[in-house]
Design a protein around this ligand. Structure first.
Ligand SMILES: Nc1ncnc2c1ncn2[C@@H]1O[C@H](COP(=O)(O)OP(=O)(O)OP(=O)(O)O)[C@@H](O)[C@H]1O
Length: 225
């Protein structure tokens, strides 16, 4: 569960990136964050990830106020949130399997358990046959699905996708969307920032629409308008 209560964020005291924003996302929802450049979408994501603090108001994760928690508690919060970015951010000198395994190695997962989970998530994003490929041998859509598998491998409760199809052509974008829908159906809450009218209008989900830092529309299966 993610909740914003009257959240405002100012940068340098004068740039009002978010203004009095309130909304609640329940477990298992799929939500699009839309709005023009500068509307405050990235700022909203940074507040959820604790990369920024609100200027006023509170941000709650699972009913816990994370607005002013101590720095040493932040990694624990981030462990429950997977993130994928527009530009994939894969390690080019490691193959698909190794890219996905990386986070689990750091967390000290036992090899056999890790192997089982890596195979599960590669199947979830439909890449079981690409385990040994290197990122540069894959299409953009495949690379994005590897980054999704990597984000999901630790079973986060929430997946944040910041313009996941921003660098992709329409065909491969649909493969990425199918993988995101499957991830959501497996019980993960998905928050997706996007500029794509086509996607928002054809795969109907809840829409939070921002303009100049203000939440102007919260629509159950809204479309882009
Ligand atoms: N670190 C910062 N310092 C000062 N101003 C910032 C900072 N980050 C963002 N802003 C400003 O806050 C406003 C909201 O920016 P934000 O990046 O959240 O918008 P966005 O909706 O994500 O835009 P885009 O679609 O272009 O990514 C903009 O006016 C931006 O210039």
């Amino acid at each position: 569960m993610i909740e914003f209560k009257n959240v405002s964020k100012n940068y340098k005291g004068k740039i009002h990136a978010l203004k009095d924003v309130s909304f609640k996302v329940n477990d298992g929802e799929f939500v699009y964050i839309i709005g023009p450049s500068g509307a405050g979408k990235t700022t909203l994501i940074k507040l959820i990830l604790k990369e920024e603090n609100p200027t006023s108001g509170v941000v709650l994760l699972n009913n816990k106020d994370i607005s002013y928690i101590r720095a040493r508690k932040i990694p624990e919060i981030r462990r429950h949130i997977g993130v994928v970015f527009q530009n994939f951010r894969l390690l080019e000198d490691r193959n698909v399997y190794q890219n996905v395994a990386f986070a689990l190695n750091i967390l000290g997962w036992q090899k056999k358990k890790a192997d089982k989970r890596i195979k599960e998530v590669l199947d979830l994003v439909d890449l079981s046959d690409k385990e040994k490929s290197y990122p540069l041998e894959l299409s953009g859509g495949e690379q994005q699905r590897v980054s999704m598998a990597r984000a999901m491998v630790n079973r986060p409760k929430i997946l944040i996708a910041d313009e996941p199809t921003g660098n992709l052509d329409p065909d491969t974008s649909w493969d990425v969307m199918n993988a995101l829908i499957k991830i959501n159906q497996s019980g993960t809450t998905v928050i997706m920032v996007t500029h794509s009218k086509e996607i928002v209008n054809s795969i109907r989900k809840r829409v939070l629409h921002f303009e100049k830092g203000v939440l102007i529309r919260d629509d159950e299966d809204g479309g882009y308008l």
